[in-house]
Design a protein around this ligand. Sequence first.
Ligand SMILES: [Zn+2]
Length: 303
Amino acid sequence: MKSILGALLLVLSAGAQAQSVAFTFDDGPRVAQTPLLSPQQRNQALLDALAAQQVSAALFVTCDNGANQPAGYALAQAWGRAGHAVGNHTMTHLDLNSAKVTLAQYQQEITDCDKITSTLPGYQKWFRFTFLREGNTPEKRDGMRAFLKQTGYRNAYVSLDTSDWRLDEKLVQVLEKNPQADLAPIRLAYLSHIRQRALAYRDLSRQLEGRDIPQVILMHHNLINALWLKDAIQQFKDMGWTITTPALAFADPVYQQPPEKSVAGQSLLLSIARSQGLGKFPGWERLVDDGDVEIEALKQQGL
Ligand SMILES: [Zn+2]
């Protein structure tokens, strides 16, 4: 009896502290062609996976990827109509850390994209920095912080950064070479990459914040997620994680304070670590390697 009660208490206490994650997708909707699925099918596959797993997510729109034309606009509308949040990710995805990109130009792109996203269902004044880069100078960083405040925009931070885009590039290359290729190893690499990043960022959260923060995962509006997002969400559930919404996650105190670091960027947790002088903790290389380990393993398998 005693051991059953003990086990039950353990389950209950673990449940109370279950790690949670909110799903966010950048760069969408994309109307460019891919070797499998039409743009409409890819968009629908993402929405179907979210619906099947009862996930309320956020789409960060890069307007020139499609939302600036009727076909792409309809795809973005479908996200809002399905109950997902719709945020801003600039017109053309330029890089604020580039010396060639001015603060004024970057802000204009946000204003222009807002003219489109503000007409969509699910519209939120949430801004996701392209490449998660907040500027190569303190002037740009502080200029953006002031701009977001003035326009009522929230910095939609990412805590759980993934390189799903890198594995997506690999998937597309493999399919372009051989449309009949066996995709099973790429699916496994994708799932294992997400799992590794999830566990590493959970550890980092415990180390920096002394607790499991609600993680905000960054994924992309791409083919690899259209094929296997449902499995990726299931993997989180199998790991005992719960799903939260981006709005609830962003309400956590960790997302209210911009990190002190002079040039912020990448995962918020990495920025906080660097602000605290903890740039190089055990395992940090795997968080900034763009998925090199998984790509190398696929090459060893002849992919
Ligand atoms: Zn992006």
